[in-house]
Design a binder for this molecule. Structure first.
Ligand code: G6Q
Length: 547
């Protein structure tokens, strides 16, 4: 970014800070009273996603200033650079072209002058062919039994996206296949996942971009041992029971998986942005190629919207800017994501990685300290469950927690009046958070004076409501792309690199060092701090007592 635009962005931040001082105490009650059409006006609909952002603590002036900030931060230029396949991941010298994963056949997205779309579709076609064979019984296990269980082994981006998508689209998934996910290096995860499975009908997908991740490799080795033990030890069984999803062919081959059974992707796809690449193989096995393509189509529609819509009507831009508004001006530290749909129960966990691994950064693109708070903490649970626990804090706690409510007009599992009850709850919560109940209202109900303060709700707690027609592969694809691009928008405003993850890499290196110290026979020389040294010694002592 040119230094001129940096100065412009600073000026835009300053203008917002001045404006914030003026409106920070204005209540949503007043904003709604002043403009009876606010609830219809501050909405936007695109690609089947309807967003009501009227219950945010913003005026038209706030929005104008936020869009000015986006322009000053050259958000448009950043978007174009990402879509052009430029190396926007500057610390790793890579493009971040996950949008190419959902480009239609015939579209063009280039990385270093090469159109990557044909390669994307070549892999999708191989995946589709493989999935059809597994699903119709054409692909059998070593003993000739059809595959009935699929276990995806992967962690981080090679797990959270696939699990979320599998769970979200369960309604559309094959009930003939049992699909499980193993991520944790805690042996419990693998042991419990395979406890009731038949090795003769179980397929393992080893999902790892690098194929070097310690946890995934340990679980993959456990899976191979379990499989071979159950299949008479014949090494040839591996070819029928293991496939890999990776960018690292040599490591896949070295593990013993035939690279003919490997589905590739590319280093321009970040782990947390990979659920629509071959990393989504478990999803495609569950829902079939047609639904998987619908997922891609939904994401693509939002990609195009993000690329083309003016900021004022641009869903991801609006949501990203609102997050910046609360984080940097109101000092909000978290965002609660509250899907009112049981199928989306893993969506908050997926989103945590997407948002916090992307924007949990404290230096700018050029390595200078960031002068503002960056990513808030994302968290959440499906409604209505959360209402019976942490919603207390949302309504009456001392912290400001902006909320994203996600709901669907049509239920996938209609049951009596359940869906109306579900929707009544989500709408009531957003309303109560925004408007609260004043002391006068509480007193007027005959509440004893000493209880009035306890039963008063301050309100003015902001939220977005995303109301979609129905949870489908297509709408899920749109939802994923919406949050991806909202996260990108935030990163662009903060001038950070949302596509690296050096903090995660650090963990991978550190654990390796200590592992050697835990497993060596003799007493190892330890050079950590006194706490770590003592914990290592204590663990070694207590383990040897139990051996
Ligand atoms: C994602 C991160 C991280 C990564 C895992 C697994 O953006 O880089 O969560 O996905 O560490 O890495 P592999 O796929 O290489 O095993």
């Amino acid at each position: 970014m040119k230094s001129g635009t940096t100065r412009e962005a600073q000026r835009a931040f300053k203008a917002l800070a001045d404006h914030h001082r003026e409106i920070r105490d204005v209540h949503l009650r007043d904003l709604f009273a002043r403009d009876p059409r606010r609830g219809e006006r501050l909405t936007v609909e695109a690609a089947g996603l309807f967003l009501d952002y009227s219950k945010n603590r913003v005026t038209d002036e706030t929005l104008k200033l936020l869009f000015a900030l986006a322009r000053a931060a050259d958000l448009r230029g950043r978007i174009d650079a990402m879509f052009r396949g430029e190396a926007v991941n500057v610390t790793e010298g890579r493009s971040a072209l996950h949008v190419a994963l959902r480009a239609p056949r015939g579209a063009t997205f280039t990385v270093r002058g090469e159109n990557v779309v044909p390669a994307v579709h070549a892999v999708l076609d191989r995946m589709a062919d493989f999935c059809r064979r597994v699903r119709d019984g054409g692909w059998t296990g070593h003993t000739g039994r059809p595959i009935r269980s699929v276990v995806n082994i992967g962690i981080g981006g090679s797990d959270l996206g696939p699990v979320m998508t599998y769970e979200a689209l369960r309604h559309y998934g094959s009930r003939a296949l049992t699909i499980r996910f193993v991520s944790n290096v805690d042996g419990t995860d693998f042991t419990e996942a395979v406890r009731d499975l038949d090795p003769a009908g179980t397929l393992f997908i080893i999902s790892s971009k690098t194929f070097t991740t310690q946890e995934t490799m340990a679980n993959a080795r456990a899976a191979r041992a379990w499989s071979l033990a159950g299949l008479g030890g014949d090494e040839r069984a591996v070819a029928r029971h293991f496939v890999a999803v990776s960018t690292n062919g040599p490591a896949v081959a070295a593990f013993g998986i035939d690279t003919a059974n490997m589905f590739g992707f590319w280093n321009w796809v970040g782990g947390r942005y990979s659920l629509m690449s071959a990393i989504g193989l478990s999803t495609m096995l569950s829902v079939g190629p047609g639904h998987f393509h619908d997922l891609l189509a939904g994401a693509h529609e939002v990609d195009e919207h993000f690329r083309e819509a003016p900021f004022e009507r641009n869903l991801p831009v609006l949501m990203g800017l609102l997050t910046v508004w609360y984080t940097d001006f109101f000092g909000a530290e978290t965002v609660a994501v509250l899907p009112y749909d049981q199928y989306l129960r893993r969506f908050p966990a997926y989103l945590q990685q997407l948002a916090m691994e992307s924007n949990g950064k404290s230096v700018t693109l050029d390595g200078k300290p960031v002068r503002r708070a960056t990513s808030p903490i994302f968290w959440g649970e499906p409604g209505t469950n959360g209402q019976h626990s942490f919603f207390q804090l949302l309504h009456q706690g001392t912290r400001l927690v902006p909320c994203d409510f996600i709901a669907f007009a049509h239920p996938l599992c209609p049951l009596d009046h359940h869906h109306d009850m579900l929707l009544a709850n989500v709408l009531a919560q957003a309303e109560a958070l925004a408007f609260g109940r004043t002391a006068e209202e509480v007193s007027a109900e005959g509440t004893p004076a000493r209880l009035v303060p306890h039963r008063t709700f301050p309100g003015n707690r902001p939220s977005n409501t995303l109301l979609l027609d129905r949870l489908t592969p297509r709408s899920l694809g749109g939802l994923v792309a919406l949050y991806e691009h909202s996260v990108f928008t935030q990163g662009a405003i903060w001038r950070i690199n949302p596509f690296d993850q050096w903090g995660v890499e650090l963990g991978k290196v550190l654990a390796g060092r200590i592992l050697a110290e835990l497993s060596t026979d003799g007493e190892p020389p330890l050079a950590h701090d006194s706490s770590t040294n003592a914990l290592i010694r204590r663990y070694r002592r207590s383990r040897s007592r139990l051996d």
